[in-house]
Write a protein that binds this ligand. Sequence first.
Ligand code: PLP
Length: 449
Amino acid sequence: MTISLSATELENLDRRHVIHPHQRPDRQDRRVMVRGQGSTVWDAAGRDFLDALGGGIWVAQVGHGRTELAEAAKEQSLSLAHFTTFFEYTNDKAARLAGRLAALAPDHINRMYFTNSGSEGVDTAIKLARLYHHHRGESSRTWILARHYGYHGSSYGSGTATGIPDMQAAVGPNLPNVEKLMPPYAYRAEFYGGQDVTDFLIAELTATIERIGAENIAAMIGEPVLGGGGVIAPPADYWPRVREVLSKHGILLIADEVITAFGRTGAWFDSAQRGMQPDLIVTAKGLTSGYQPLGAVLMSDAIGETVPAIGGSFFHGHTYAGHPVACAVALANLDIIESEGLLDRSLKIGAGFRSGLAAAADLPTVGDVRVEGATVGIELVTDKATRESLPPDLALAVADELYYNHGILTRNYGATLVLSPPLVFTDEETARTSAALTEVLARVDIEGC
Ligand code: PLP
């Protein structure tokens, strides 16, 4: 029997008992969401919100309340709720999903390992890269190159690769042998001392490889477009040139596509449209649109054939790897993305935001508007000329204003406001979000929100 609780009782229960990811002690309000349909969610008090964040955190590709996904979960739960993929066991949905992903991935990628989250996927990819070299007789290759502003998760491995120092603070030794490089952040030209961004970064990469020694480096990891860092897309020549340098030195490339895969930026895999040619692709979030926790690490044939075959076994495993209910939901989710043309829709949403936010881009506190498919980053500044960042708390106040007074969900990552709506966001919803943002941003320096 479920006892019905008021919105206030739920908030109090949560405040008393739940520790939230990335929780700030000074933020004591609670936003208890109870229902969703399309791009709208409702809280426990019955108030509706336009979810311009895709389930709060770059997830809900096909939108909320899809009966197809609920039916897929129900049907699979009734036929076989769980069976492991450890050892030689498998289940039909894991096998089918792996085949489906192999067909969508670049030709040299045909094998995958299933996880429950992006962080597990990044840890798995780091291990696979090191194991690959080990089994080929290059055990000294343990270093991982990552980037400042990158976000890769919060386990020890993925958290160390993440370019946010808070993630590594006060938890004892992090993963050893991880080196951070600069990100390709064209708006912050000052980072590169007047040099071309890619030239600077290639010189930095080359010098780093020389310093550490190519024979000690396993892989470089990067998001094709930095997500949590503020929706930062690289110059077109960045990934092809990085790939060239890495290949020359036998270093693997891991594309962290936890945000970008499955249509978020208009492609099944964003790495394919940026010339990354990765050896490993880490996915999660949009794989099930958040209806089940599931991720997949896709690997090149070279890695897939080396690690389990030469190594004898891949001594790594999660109880729920290839969970049949999650895989059944992922298959139904991919069906919807395909049949409803959501990759194209993602690009159309982006075009809508580009025009909808044109007036906002001229406001004195808006430094840069970055649109990559259905993903938007609006970098806020105190001064357009000096590009000094707006204090993050003011950016948070903008998101709060949109939440409380416009019923629209957005969020700030530092001084950058981020949108990642479901790929079913309508033209009207795009226009409404753009108008509300423009109105609130226009008041930032007048009222300080
Ligand atoms: N990689 C990227 C690019 C992410 O954005 C995230 C989470 O936001 C992760 C990895 C970690 O995924 P998870 O939170 O599912 O562990």
